[in-house]
Design a protein around this ligand. Structure first.
Ligand code: FMN
Length: 419
């Protein structure tokens, strides 16, 4: 079909409408396909009823968590937005993490009393109102001056579990104070045991009940999107951060007062399961391993006395495995046989995603990037809104599916190639 200038203009207008549409705005799903459609002559069917929506102006107007993403893109310098968005290589694992949920169907049961819902879960003896937790996300000052403290205030208001990154822009003491309760501490151990030990002791002193050792990120993962973001960012970055790894570590509050002269990386390439034993011996905190994606490693983790597993691929920021975490979850759950909790993250953008992960055996379900979107767009209230939307959507699908409590959500609640 021939395209006239008028038809191209209206097609572009429609595609912009789609990009802003809450139902379709997931950039992970849409951005590339949108660009490829913009570049092609394919003529989509225009909507016949809705005018173009105006961007929302307060967090409580958001219909879904994806609505915060274009606002964050607008609010942030290109390099900072690219830091949040980036995956590795072609960012395909980032997209697949979410897209994989589209291939799982929900089997709804009818005529079940869902007047009262119980969304609570237990983790290490603590009851949480919902299974939804905030993943560790580093350097959140890049998204908003309140950084992890703003996230902690939102987590406090909405009563959610927060995991703090080792390389956060805020210290564990500040975040614990803002949360009004201890947070879990994520651990990048570095190659220097003295530094590792000091970070562990600091988290313990702040009351952290759990240490989350991230094992999925070697140095120099190929993050091209962030490099492209830097290319188009014409600000002088050295005004805020000196380049070089030593300067990077020194800027991080969890390394304050430590001798970092021997630290050459956040993770050492020669770590093996012996290091897990060393960590177990060094702390009374519960030890979780974040980044397990296979049954073999889940079994080894059990033999090392690990207290919990987070099935994660670092939100597609480590290797381009093309293996969504929701596809990894069932084999890990099968290996663990209910002996320890199995948490999962990656691509969670809807309450139905949370529901599906629970159905496939997750004890709790976390999210990363939407924290950054909400924070960049509206600060603390943006993160609160993200938490509120996830909870509302989870409750909605629980009612619809006839599952009044989390334990009612089982394998039988979904149809999945992996189940
Ligand atoms: C900007 C950014 C920073 C992150 N920093 C850390 C970190 O410091 N430690 C860690 O274990 N994971 C980190 N992650 C991974 C998240 O904890 C989580 O596994 C991932 O974001 C989940 O995928 P999602 O963003 O699709 O929800 C980071 C993720 C993002 C997006």
């Amino acid at each position: 079909m021939e395209s006239t200038p008028g038809s191209i203009a209206s097609r572009r207008k429609f595609l912009r409408y789609l990009a802003l549409s809450p139902a379709l705005a997931s950039p992970l799903l849409m951005r590339r396909s949108l660009h490829s459609v913009l570049a092609s002559n394919a003529a989509p069917t225009p909507p016949d009823t809705l005018p173009s929506p105006k961007p929302i102006t307060s967090a409580d107007q958001a219909l879904d968590v994806m609505e915060f993403e274009p606002l964050a893109r607008e609010a942030l310098p290109p390099a900072h937005f690219a830091y949040l968005a980036t995956g590795v290589d072609d960012d395909a694992t980032v997209r697949l993490n979410h897209e994989a949920y589209q291939h799982i169907q929900i089997r709804s049961r009818r005529l079940i009393n869902v007047e009262k819902l119980d969304t609570s879960v237990q983790l290490f003896g603590t009851t949480w109102e919902t299974p939804i937790f905030l993943c560790p996300v580093s350097a959140m000052k890049a998204f908003h001056p309140d950084a992890e403290v703003g996230v902690a205030r939102a987590a406090a208001k909405k009563r959610h579990l927060q995991i703090l990154s080792t390389v956060a822009s805020s210290s564990v003491e500040e975040v614990t104070a803002a949360r009004g309760a201890p947070v879990w501490q994520q651990l990048y151990p570095t190659n220097d045991w003295a530094v590792t030990r000091a970070i562990i002791k600091r988290a313990e002193a702040a009351g952290s009940p759990a240490l989350v050792f991230t094992v999925d990120l070697h140095e120099n993962s190929n993050r091209e999107t962030i490099q492209r973001g830097r290319r188009i960012d014409d600000r002088d970055c050295s005004a805020c951060h000196e380049s070089g790894f030593a300067a990077y570590v020194r800027r991080k509050p969890m390394f304050d007062g430590l001798d970092v002269s021997h630290v050459t990386g956040l993770y050492a390439p020669n770590f093996t399961w012996d290091f897990v034993k060393r960590l177990k011996d060094a702390t009374r905190m519960k030890l979780l391993i974040k980044g397990i994606v296979t049954r073999e490693d889940a079994e080894i983790a059990l033999t090392h006395g690990v207290d919990g597993i987070v099935v994660s691929n670092h939100g597609g920021r480590a290797e381009e495995s093309l293996r969504p975490t929701i596809d990894c979850l069932p084999e890990v759950v099968a290996a663990v046989k209910g002996k320890i909790p199995v948490l999962v993250d990656g691509g969670i953008r809807r309450g139905t995603d949370i529901f599906k992960a629970l159905a496939l055996g997750a004890t709790a379900v976390g999210f990363g990037r939407p924290q950054g979107w909400g924070l960049a767009a509206f600060g603390q209230s943006g993160v609160e809104a993200v938490l509120q939307i996830f909870r509302r959507e989870l409750e909605t699908v629980m009612r619809q599916a006839g599952t009044p409590s989390i334990r009612d959500i089982t394998k039988a609640s979904v149809i999945s190639a992996a189940s």
